[in-house]
Design a protein around this ligand. Structure first.
Ligand code: IVH
Length: 701
């Protein structure tokens, strides 16, 4: 290659075309040397540089991609090829409303939270069934595009996004210096059908639905492939901004439209809930004719200052909700009922169905919930059943079509033992407080039960836990079934055991693995030898201690030794440690008891110690902005005048304070409004600093 290559961004179309022709010839020649004659003429690095140049030019000039393009000749490399992008502002998800009542409740919560006199205006727009993308513009130029990923960090898909005609490379008109536009990438029904036809004709895999096709197309390693798929985009929001776009959601989206982004034509502003529901019904009626998939309507509080006050809970905004369309139904035959064993021993019945298409997706499994549901609906093997599917939710069996019941069928008898080889008894616990029998039958084998162990390992490597790239459920199960990973610590000794010949055959020689993927896996495992406390707690897989609780615990105790000591001490009824843990807003007896039980089992402690020889738990950094109240524990009492109680609490938490329900030695501030009673008295006794609402506001200002 000549050393005087022009920057791709400076090429004219003619220059690009002639360079692509030259690259196609050159790369084909090197391919022949390499593959056919086993005699490469250039180094790997020089070869990679040729391909990279070809890709870059094709990404900028997708229309010039040649039929003999070198990029068309390589399949998609395995995932994990895209660099990670940490979002400047997290990409959140939405809470769901499944009925008109849910939607009205949402609006009522907003009114209550903000203490409004009347319903605020909302925007309503279709919920596009595609994948979320964040587009970063600096000084009006697209500099980065990232997928949502886990909300905190996604994949850098800039090269692929540049091939979308809907997405401007440069903005038309004055825009904030930093502007992150967020929206949905999707594929139309017509483009989806055409793509699948082409795929089938070429003997390649076809896609399940337009959303999968859009995701698959965007995640192509080779932007030239993405360029051949017609992906589209709607903007619905934004992330980081150096200056506000407008005062309302509706005006902000209109500004994005003026800047060159497609905004859905069915975005409307609604003065009240009645108008929102009218728009919802109208969209539901027109849904099939839109030409692309939508799965509901998103409502957002229109005033942006109110959105800011409403803030977020967990990972969804309080100011928006997705009102889902009702489920789609179909009829099919129930061939069998499988009993699956969950991580915590729950026996879950699963309907094995004669495959049937429901709303464009082939369904062959559906949930039957539990023993009582099967009995209540009298669901029998061989029955014809109505199943329904809503969005991403697992399909469910709604009812039996009795007229079609075959003769001689018998009611289903739910097993009283675990289906695992140990056939451990499975019981339905009785709640000591209510005396009621739990609907869930649970295997009592815990870690002795091979099925629970397997689920536990799957959970350990899952996305919200250790999230090891290349070690998904499938791979985890394979290692487990080969007896190579019996407990989490074993994951971290795989590489050493592979090197010493203890894994037979060695990983790189197994089906689906090679030198490169094995090395990648070991690198990904190594990358997780340091892990944040909240992920670690979640990964332990203690019943009732999920992602959210793990986060609260991590935030409260900060590091592993403090957390472990506290959790063990909290097992003692009446102990101070227990009181302290219970005072964390969001933690109840059930979770505290479950932690206590977990740590009191010697084998759990031993397995944890073995794991801790392999990994280091990173103390949690508090995710919020530093403020004078970060890390402090606050109790609110009496009536507040400037805020609703919910709003005060949310504000305090977003500043890193812990909000407790009761005053104790750990309380730093009691914020007392008029009418404060016993809590105020207790605070005075304990010498806790008491603030008025105004003093509190001054402190956090
Ligand atoms: S707003 C903080 N509006 O739905 C609010 N989301 O379930 C962020 N989606 O990840 C989302 N259409 O991918 C919003 N009109 C719309 C949407 C929409 C589709 C997707 C988006 C998001 C998911 C949340």
């Amino acid at each position: 290659m000549s050393p005087a290559l022009k920057d791709v961004s400076a090429l004219s179309a003619d220059e690009a075309a002639s360079e692509l022709a030259r690259l196609a010839r050159e790369i084909a020649l090197h391919d022949r040397h390499y593959y056919e004659q086993d005699a490469p003429k250039i180094s790997d690095a020089a070869y990679d540089a040729l391909r990279a140049r070809n890709d870059a030019i094709e990404a900028r000039f997708p229309d010039l991609v040649r039929p003999d393009s070198p990029s068309a000749r390589v399949g998609a490399k395995p995932s994990g090829q895209f660099a990670e992008v940490v979002h400047a502002m997290p990409m959140l998800s939405l809470g769901n409303a499944f009925s008109e009542e849910d939607a009205a409740d949402f609006a009522a919560r907003v009114v209550k939270f903000l203490n409004l006199k009347e319903e605020p205006a909302f925007t309503a727009e279709p919920k596009i069934d595609g994948l979320a993308i964040s587009l970063r513009y600096e000084d009006g130029v697209l500099v980065q595009a990232a997928t949502r990923g886990d909300g905190r960090a996604g994949e850098n898909v800039t090269a692929n996004i540049r091939t979308l005609k809907d997405i401007p490379e440069r903005l038309t008109g004055a825009a904030p210096g930093v502007l992150e536009v967020r929206g949905e990438v999707y594929m139309s029904h017509a483009d989806f059908a055409a793509l699948n036809e082409r795929q089938a004709a070429a003997g390649r895999k076809t896609y399940m639905n337009p959303r999968n096709a859009a995701a698959g197309s965007l995640r192509q390693i080779d932007p030239a492939v993405t360029a051949q798929r017609r992906l589209r985009f709607f903007a619905y929001g934004w992330g980081e901004l150096s200056a506000p776009l407008a005062a309302t959601q509706f005006e902000a989206l209109n500004r994005l439209k003026a800047l060159g982004f497609p905004v859905n034509a069915d975005l409307v502003r609604c003065p009240d809930v009645a108008a929102m529901l009218t728009h919802y019904r109208s969209l539901e009626a027109r849904r099939a004719g839109l030409g692309y998939d939508i799965d509901g309507v998103v409502y957002k509080v229109d005033r942006l200052d109110w959105q800011a006050r409403l803030g977020f809970v967990a990972r969804a905004p309080r100011w928006a909700i997705a009102h889902k369309f009702s489920a789609e139904q179909a009829m099919t035959v129930l061939n069998a009922i499988d009993i699956q064993v969950g991580r915590t021993g729950a026996l879950t019945p699963v309907a094995k169905l004669e495959p049937v298409t429901v709303g464009g997706v082939v369904v062959s499994n559906a949930t039957l919930h539990n023993e009582d549901e099967i009995a209540r609906k009298d669901i029998r093997i061989g029955d014809t059943v109505v199943i329904q599917r809503a969005g991403d939710v697992i399909p469910q069996v709604v009812e039996v079509v009795l007229e079609r019941r075959p003769e001689g069928s018998a009611p289903f008898v739910f097993p009283k033992v675990c289906p695992c080889p140990l056939a451990t008894p499975a019981e339905r616990e009785v709640n000591p407080r209510t005396g009621e029998r739990n609907v869930v039958r649970r295997c009592s084998g815990e870690f002795a039960c091979p099925y629970q162990r397997k689920e536990h390992l799957k959970h350990f490597v899952s996305r919200k836990a250790f999230d090891i790239e290349g070690l998904g459920e499938k791979q985890m199960i394979a290692f487990h079934e080969a007896g190579e990973v019996k407990e989490p610590a074993d994951i971290f000794t795989l590489e050493a055991r592979n090197a010493s010949g203890a894994l037979v055959p060695p990983l790189q020689e197994r089906d689906g693995w090679g030198e490169r993927s094995a090395a990648n896996l070991f690198a990904a495992i190594d990358a997780r030898r340091t892990i944040a406390l909240s992920r670690f707690i979640n990964a332990m897989g203690v019943r009732h201690v999920g992602e959210e609780t793990a986060r609260l615990l991590a935030r409260t105790y900060g590091d592993w030794p403090a957390f472990r000591a506290a959790a063990m001490a909290a097992a003692q009824p009446g102990s101070e440690a227990r009181e302290a843990m219970l005072s964390i807003d969001g933690l109840g007896d059930t979770a505290v008891d479950a932690l206590g039980r977990f740590f009191s089992e010697a084998h759990n402690g031993a397995a944890l110690d073995r794991l801790l020889e392999q990994v280091t738990v990173k103390p949690e950094k508090v995710e919020t902005q530093e403020s004078p109240v970060t890390g402090k524990t606050v109790v609110f009492t009496g009536s507040l005048e400037r805020f609703t109680r919910d709003e005060a609490k949310a504000r305090a938490q977003s500043l890193g304070a812990k909000v407790a329900g009761a005053v104790s030695n750990n309380t730093d501030y009691l914020v007392a409004g008029p009418g404060a009673g016993s809590k105020l008295k207790k605070a005075q006794e304990l010498g806790v600093q008491v603030l008025t609402e105004d003093e509190w506001l001054a402190l956090i200002a």
